[in-house]
Design a protein around this ligand. Structure first.
Ligand SMILES: Cc1cc2nc3c(=O)[nH]c(=O)nc-3n(C[C@H](O)[C@H](O)[C@H](O)COP(=O)(O)OP(=O)(O)OC[C@H]3O[C@@H](n4cnc5c(N)ncnc54)[C@H](O)[C@@H]3O)c2cc1C
Length: 406
């Protein structure tokens, strides 16, 4: 039997879910608040080539393969920089708008219908199941609602408590990110190491990066609290001072919210499944939300395909297979990264600056063998010296207190 599936949100997660579920033979409609031309951001993302090719059935051009640039990891106030050699690792960098175009095309080829400029306001539910969604002025009924509305999903937030799904995120769970491509300043020579990441930049909770590409400079400022214009200006001014290659002209920019926490423990109930950023499927600090969303969509498609009967397919029981398979593959590593991130964010930035300066944190933390190529691997290797340094500080404070008491 064919199910009527509503996918709320036409981001990567929503489009991937729509493609997978329509391939299972279901009638899929995607709703998004934006106009079709306003979907996606004007920047390039690091994505898994195989995953994207499997989903779209298209071969991606070799031209998008890049080598990682060596990276400087900088102390919060810029006093010390340590080099991470990533020159042997390659990755796939793809234009986000092009990725969206491909996914939309693929969804249309599979018979998915779209309704743009339709802002979803809340779920429609009975005592024990979700049966649809409301947009302004219209109710949409469905056998299954896939919530791909991103971090601030109004669907997840308005589910009744008794469905058991955590509705809100807490402190340090998301990054408020600003990303911009600046034109390079003329007559300034190319930096010797093109990528610089600033940990707890300017003493604030979060990080910033500057990546000098061939023609442009890619700048990101990410903080765990919403950024005021003044705060953003301060961060950009400080990055511009230490990186004179950043020119004044912004070619493209945008704001986004990125989950940096463990995934939801429960993200399904009868008639409802969350996916992508709505269920926090992103590695804290290192991202990969695109790959994880595509994989989650594949798992969802497989679970729906393998369920024996229609009623079973849209039941919490079947959807729990999707949830539990996802969590068994990714849950432990996402949760471990969440803990490491919390340790880093709780470090006093002045203490971190000191740990860098006095050599408690050394180059080795950023090398971690040749394996430490992603921010989360680096975070892991940073934790040991960081914990030792914390212990050292606690010991010194204890001795001081003892001396004062004598
Ligand atoms: C600055 C930045 C850089 C990133 N870099 C990378 C990277 O390099 N690699 C990577 O893998 N991931 C990256 N990510 C993360 C990645 O974009 C996401 O994890 C991934 O795309 C999954 O997002 P999503 O589809 O779940 O949510 P979103 O992309 O947030 O999509 C949600 C969709 O729902 C729509 N919507 C929201 N509210 C409503 C509503 N009320 N009604 C109707 N529609 C609504 C929105 O218009 C949007 O289209 C980055 C994210 C940001 C912000």
């Amino acid at each position: 039997m064919v199910a009527n599936v509503l996918v709320a949100g036409a981001g990567v997660a929503g489009l991937a879910a729509a493609i997978e579920l329509s391939r299972c033979g279901h009638m899929v409609t995607v709703l998004d608040k934006s106009a079709q031309n306003d979907l996606a951001y004007p920047w390039k993302d690091c994505i898994c080539r195989e995953q994207t090719e499997r989903l779209t059935g298209k071969t991606l051009d070799q031209a998008f393969v890049h080598k990682y640039e060596n990276t400087f990891y900088c102390s919060p106030f810029g006093g010390t920089r340590l080099l991470s050699d990533r020159s042997q690792v390659s990755f796939f960098l793809f234009d986000r708008r092009e990725l969206h175009r491909m996914l939309l095309e693929c969804a249309e080829e599979n018979g998915v219908s779209f309704c743009f400029e339709a802002a979803v306001t809340e779920p429609i539910f009975t005592a024990n199941r979700v049966i649809g969604v409301r947009t302004q002025g219209k109710s949409w009924l469905a056998d299954l609602v896939v919530d791909a509305l991103g971090v601030n999903s109004p669907l997840r937030r308005r589910l009744p408590k008794l469905f058991g799904i955590e509705r809100d995120y807490g402190e340090d769970d998301v990054f408020y990110a600003y990303r911009a491509y600046f034109r390079k300043r003329k007559n300034v020579s190319q930096p010797e190491v093109p990528f610089a990441t600033y940990l707890l930049h300017n003493g604030e909770k979060g990080l910033s990066w500057v990546n000098t590409e061939e023609e442009l400079v890619d700048v990101l400022v990410g903080r765990t609290e919403p950024m005021t214009p003044a705060k953003l200006r301060r961060a950009l001014d400080s990055l511009m001072r230490s990186n004179p290659i950043i020119g004044d002209d912004v070619i493209a920019d945008g704001f986004g919210v990125i989950p940096i926490r463990r995934p939801l423990k429960k993200f399904v109930c009868d008639g409802y499944a969350a996916i992508g950023d709505s269920a926090y499927m992103t590695y804290p600090f290192s991202g990969s939300g695109i790959d994880l969303s595509m994989d989650a969509a594949h798992i969802l498609g497989e679970c729906v395909k393998n369920s024996a009967a229609f009623g079973e397919m849209i039941s919490e029981q079947c959807l729990l297979n999707y949830q539990n398979t996802y969590l068994s593959v990714y849950g432990a590593s996402l949760t471990a990264d969440d803990l490491l991130k919390r340790q880093m964010l709780r470090t006093n930035p002045r203490a971190l600056e000191h740990f860098f300066r006095c050599g408690l944190i050394t180059q080795a933390a950023f090398e971690g063998g040749s394996q430490a190529t992603t921010p989360s691997q680096i975070l892991k290797s940073l934790m040991y010296p960081l914990s030792l340094a914390h212990l050292g500080l606690a010991g010194a404070k204890g001795n001081r207190l003892k001396r004062n008491a004598q």
